[in-house]
Design a protein around this ligand. Structure first.
Ligand code: B16
Ligand code: MG
Length: 214
């Protein structure tokens, strides 16, 4: 029985993935590294630190820890600038209606995002009070695909992993949720999200019966 839905943030609630891409692209250009939208798929759902490692690897560049920290901070400053201009209209189609439907049916809801900017984004979109629990990148030790983030969300919601449905747009996030023992609905391209139990394009018209039959 489904008692809770756990949402990833970037790429599920709002398309911040495009702002992550723009900020990483700016950094990669500065470093003379060729970084494409296809490469960006590998960054979805993984931590800031790990994302930088992937970009440096693409450019065959080895830097010391201090320099890496400086670059990650530089990227984050650009990213924060982009998201500070985000509008409520950028919430992805059907999200608010679906979340309201869950609340009306007493299904608990949580956010489980690797992003350390989670609260800033939710506040900017006026969504921070909609969720029973918010687990973000500041509260976990092990990044997705480790299951820690989703297990922590279930624990805080006081439900069992098997009673949760996760919504994820990233391959790393799907693996994380599966390892936590949860059902996963991918949001995006079915040819990329092949390990999800089902894939939707967005939340428009999504009904509870469908998620309960997974
Ligand atoms: P930040 P999610 C993830 O959020 C993003 O998908 C990923 O691209 C990003 O690197 C990560 O958050 C860390 O974000 O730099 O803001 O701390 O998809 O788990 O909601
Ligand atoms: Mg995501």
């Amino acid at each position: 029985m489904v008692k809770a839905c756990i949402f990833d943030l970037d790429g599920v609630i709002v398309d911040t993935a495009k702002y992550h891409y723009l900020a990483w692209k700016k950094l990669a250009d500065e470093l003379g590294i060729n970084f494409t939208e296809k490469d960006n798929e590998r960054l979805k759902g993984v931590s800031r630190k790990q994302s930088l490692e992937i970009i440096l690897e693409l450019g065959n560049l080895k830097l010391d820890e201090k320099e890496k920290e400086r670059l990650a901070e530089k990227k984050n400053n650009w990213y924060v600038e982009y998201i500070s201009r985000m509008e409520k209209s950028e919430i992805l189609p059907g999200v608010e209606e679906f979340v309201n439907k869950l609340r009306e049916n007493n299904i608990k809801i949580a956010i489980a995002s690797a992003s350390k900017n989670t609260r800033t984004i939710l506040e900017r979109l006026g969504l921070e009070k909609k969720f029973d629990v918010i687990i973000d990148g500041t509260m976990i030790d092990k990044a997705k695909p480790n299951p820690e983030i989703f297990l922590k969300a279930a624990e805080c919601l006081k439900v069992q992993p098997g009673e949760c449905i996760v919504f994820e747009d990233a391959v790393a996030g799907i693996e994380s949720a599966k390892r936590a023992g949860m059902k996963v609905i991918g949001v995006g391209d079915p040819s990329i999200l092949i390990d999800a139990d089902a894939v939707i394009q967005n939340f428009e018209g999504l009904d509870l019966h469908f998620i309960c039959t997974l």
